[in-house]
Design a protein around this ligand. Sequence first.
Ligand SMILES: Nc1ncnc2c1ncn2[C@@H]1O[C@H](COP(=O)(O)OP(=O)(O)O)[C@@H](O)[C@H]1O
Ligand SMILES: [Mg+2]
Length: 226
Amino acid sequence: MIAFSDVTKSYSVGTHALRGVSMQIEDGEFAFLVGPSGSGKSTIIKLITGELKPTSGTVHVNGYSLERIRKREIPYLRRTVGVVFQDFRLIDTKSVYDNVAFAMRAIGAREQEIRERVPYILELVGLENKSRRHPTELSGGEQQRLAIARALVNNPSTIIADEPTGNLDPARSLEIMSLLQEINNLGTTMLVVTHERDLVERFGKRVIAIDEGLVVHDGTDGYYRL
Ligand SMILES: Nc1ncnc2c1ncn2[C@@H]1O[C@H](COP(=O)(O)OP(=O)(O)O)[C@@H](O)[C@H]1O
Ligand SMILES: [Mg+2]
């Protein structure tokens, strides 16, 4: 579960990125996080991953209290939260297979587990025939599938995606969003930041809208039609 209670975040005097955000995302939920540029979406993501601490208020993520988490606990928190970025952040010198395997090796998984798990995950995202390719040999949509595979491989309970379709054409964006929905259907909690109004409307999921550091809408009743 993700729970923000009256969270503020100021970067420096005068930059009040979040001004009292409260919201709760239950295990297994799918929610879109929308809002104009500069409204505070990435700040919310960084508070969830422990990259930032709140200025005030409380942030609970999968059993951890982020306002008072210890540095040595953060790697354990991050095993529960897979992150997908707009710019993919893949390792170009490694194959598709090794990009995913690397994420498992980083947490000390055994080679036997890696050999079983990586092909399963590559099949889930539809890259089973590309495992020996390198990221530069993939299309944008395939690169984003690989980034999703890497985020998933350590079996996190939650996936956070910050503008995952920002660099993709509309058809590819729809495929990626459908893949995130399939993963959610398998039980993973999903929080997706996006500007793509058409996609948000099409999926009919919960929409949390942020503006100037405040939640201005939260519901499943078609935010863009209000
Ligand atoms: N590291 C930072 N230092 C100072 N101000 C920042 C920093 N990161 C973001 N901000 C400011 O905080 C506000 C929210 O930013 P952000 O969370 O990145 O918004 P979004 O992701 O919705 O575009 C903006 O005014 C932005 O300029
Ligand atoms: Mg952002």
